[in-house]
Design a binder for this molecule. Structure first.
Ligand SMILES: [Zn+2]
Ligand SMILES: [Zn+2]
Length: 269
């Protein structure tokens, strides 16, 4: 029988100086404040650990003037994991807030979509607007990992471990992938930036950073199909996750996702 995994979200930053216009292309209310949380995720079976995304580091925080609350790699210690012991990392996409600090995982192999690497290193990056969410140092780091044999490329759907698969969604970034995880509650889908907020996928409201709008809206369906139920779709940046799911331990920045939400996910969030 396929093994099941525990899934945790670790929050490492938030940003409150945003408005709803920064989160939704079409929305009647453009001006209200709209916060964003930043997470990495950890999958644990009885014998294995997989980290999903690496967050961004203090240097990047200074560069973008977007402070972080804690070092994402170091924050793993609160659940008994040392970044240097991790051998498997899934990178959902190469945006600065998901693929910084790869060197903090010196013994890991990185699972990435082929199309994301091509996008981040190809002609699209001649376009200044498309460069904005990427940080060239992060992308170069990944190139180094390719040359040292530490990147496992996927092209569409792929298996990382029994019960953990990746699925190319595209839309927000050309090779954005969601992660499907088998848990005791059914299949959970870490949507990452396939849906930053519940509102994006539940109310079909595209996020303004978009590479292919049609793929983004199709992705809203795909992530729901990947999960056993809607409540097991985890948006990439929604502060509501920290309200709906139970806290794990006393650190104040870890939430347990695999047992499902303790509160019903509002239909109109
Ligand atoms: Zn992104
Ligand atoms: Zn993001």
């Amino acid at each position: 029988m396929e093994k099941t995994w525990q899934v945790r979200a670790l929050k490492y930053a938030d940003r409150n100086s945003r408005t709803r216009a920064d989160s939704f292309i079409v929305d009647d209310d453009h001006d209200s404040q709209h916060s964003m949380d930043y997470f990495i995720w950890v999958l644990q079976s009885s014998e294995r650990v997989i980290v999903v995304d690496t967050g961004y580091e203090y240097k990047e925080a200074a560069r973008r003037d977007r402070p972080i609350i804690r070092d994402a790699a170091k924050s793993l210690e609160v659940i008994g994991i040392r970044a240097e012991d991790v051998d498997t990392v899934i990178i959902t996409h190469l945006h600065y807030d998901h693929a910084g600090g790869l060197d903090r995982f010196p013994n890991a192999k990185f699972h990435l979509q082929k199309s994301e690497m091509e996008f981040a290193t190809g002609p699209c990056m001649c376009e200044p607007d498309l460069q904005i969410p990427f940080t060239v140092e992060h992308v170069c780091e990944m190139v180094h990992k390719v040359y040292s044999g530490r990147v496992i490329f996927h092209d569409g759907d792929g298996e990382v471990e029994g019960g953990v698969t990746v699925h190319r969604i595209g839309g927000h970034s050309a090779g954005l992938q969601a992660v499907r995880v088998k848990t005791t509650s059914g299949y959970l889908c870490l949507a990452s930036d396939a849906s930053h907020y519940y509102e994006n996928f539940m109310l079909q409201k595209p996020f303004p950073i978009v590479h292919d709008l049609k793929l983004m809206t199709a992705g809203f369906e795909t992530i729901q199909n990947l999960a056993s139920e809607k409540s097991l779709v985890i948006p990439g940046h929604d502060p509501l996750v920290t309200k709906l799911f139970p806290a794990d331990g006393r650190s104040g920045f870890v939430w347990r996702l695999d047992q499902g939400p303790t509160t019903v996910v509002p239909e109109q969030c």
